[in-house]
Design a protein around this ligand. Structure first.
Ligand code: 5GP
Ligand code: ZN
Length: 169
């Protein structure tokens, strides 16, 4: 459920034309425009025209349509600014660093001259042991109907009543 009234939403105002934006692409359901504070030349935001705060609020079929536009913009941005690569970023919720509360994908052109810094350059590696990893994969598998045909077998089976893993780091 969205916490922001679309009437007060910055990106809804861009969709409505109440706030100007440098539009790159538009179709019935999606809009792509330049980020006002680009991380690199050509940094583009792709949004659904309908107000959804996060990916969690959006129906799966609409998310699929939106991602087609993300793919299109990845191609357009790569050739448009002669980028060597493209990073795609998308944050859901304050914990993930989302600031504008209208679902958006960042399509960010990347250049060889920057050096190969991806997400792993921003978030440090957190070493986890095998039992912890097994508990996590089991927990994630419970949340999906599209389980792999042969789910990963835990090296050490979780014992009944064993302490629950704390996913907070
Ligand atoms: P977030 O941190 O929520 O993933 O990213 C929000 C993005 O929206 C930021 O990169 C920011 O520069 C961009 N942004 C914020 N306000 C405006 C605006 O009024 N116009 C445009 N084009 N981009 C904006
Ligand atoms: Zn909105």
């Amino acid at each position: 459920m969205s916490m922001v009234d679309p009437k007060d939403c910055l990106f809804c105002k861009i969709v409505a034309g109440e706030i100007p934006a440098k539009k790159v692409y538009e179709d019935a359901n999606s809009l792509a425009f330049l980020d006002i504070n680009p991380r690199n030349p050509g940094h583009t935001l792709v949004i659904p025209k309908k107000h959804y705060e996060t990916l969690f609020d959006m129906p799966e079929n609409e998310a699929g349509d939106l991602f087609k536009v993300v793919k299109k913009m990845a191609d357009v941005c790569k050739s448009g600014v002669k980028a060597d690569g493209i990073s795609i970023g998308q944050s859901n919720g304050r914990a993930a660093g989302q600031i504008v509360q209208h679902l958006h994908f960042h399509v960010i052109p990347r250049f060889a001259t920057e050096g190969p810094v991806g997400l792993e350059g921003v978030l440090p590696v957190k070493k986890m042991d095998e039992p912890s990893m097994n508990k996590i994969v089991e927990s994630l598998q419970k949340g999906t109907s599209a389980k792999p045909k042969e789910p990963a077998k835990p090296v050490k089976a979780a014992k009944e009543g064993e302490e629950e893993i704390d996913f907070k780091f």
